[in-house]
Design a binder for this molecule. Structure first.
Ligand code: FES
Ligand code: FES
Length: 196
């Protein structure tokens, strides 16, 4: 079989498979999703958002569907907050809202008027690192660093919440923050150091 034949045959199989799958979806379900999609596109709305981010006052106008994570990274270029899974599973996007840790990928920006948001960029005092940032450096709390901003924001909250009585407790209350490099021992050590 020639390469051309192979590709056209494969294309045919894939296309016919996709069409068969589409045909298997009941018409009512298809039309529901098409209507919902049309509504989403048609109902694009913006709302005013007066908000404080890292102690700086902003008067923004945001699409009601924008997440806090996208607002920070895409609109305000505060890229210290990382996008990992974008589904509330990894903790890379953790920031503080009014001092509480939240997953910014699951938080709609439009819900935050009048709130105080703190990101990793707002944690240090000018050039002076936050004690948790310093502890992560001293205790080898990171390797590639991708999860680190989220880990540090959660770690600061973990200490503030008082969940640092044992290694087990720290692990439990840091379990929403995943680290693919496996820097967990250094992270726990950093938290213990700051909690002392
Ligand atoms: S990016 Fe928000 S939890 Fe993973
Ligand atoms: S330091 Fe690499 S993912 Fe945590």
């Amino acid at each position: 079989m020639s390469k051309k034949q192979f590709y056209s045959r494969r294309f045919f199989l894939k296309t016919s498979g996709a069409l068969a799958a589409l045909a298997a979806i009941p018409a009512s379900v298809k039309s529901f999703y098409l209507d919902a999609r049309k509504l989403l596109v048609a109902r694009k709305q913006t709302v005013p958002l007066p908000v404080s981010i890292n102690k700086k006052a902003y008067k923004l106008s945001v699409d009601t569907r924008t997440t806090l994570l996208d607002l920070l990274r895409e609109n305000l270029q505060l890229t210290g907050t990382k996008k990992g899974c974008d589904h509330g599973q990894c903790g890379a996007c953790t920031v503080h809202v009014d001092g509480q840790r939240v997953l910014s990928c699951l938080t709609l920006a439009a819900t935050l008027p009048g709130k105080e948001v703190t990101t990793i960029e707002g944690l240090s005092d000018g050039d002076k690192l936050h004690p948790m940032q310093q502890a992560f450096i001293e205790c080898d709390g990171f390797q590639c660093g991708y999860c680190t901003p989220g880990q540090i924001m959660s770690a600061v909250a973990c200490v503030k919440e008082g969940h640092t009585h044992s290694v087990e407790e720290i692990k439990e209350f840091m379990s929403g923050n995943l680290c693919r490099c496996g820097a967990y021992n250094g992270i726990v050590e950093s938290i213990q150091k700051v909690a002392k």
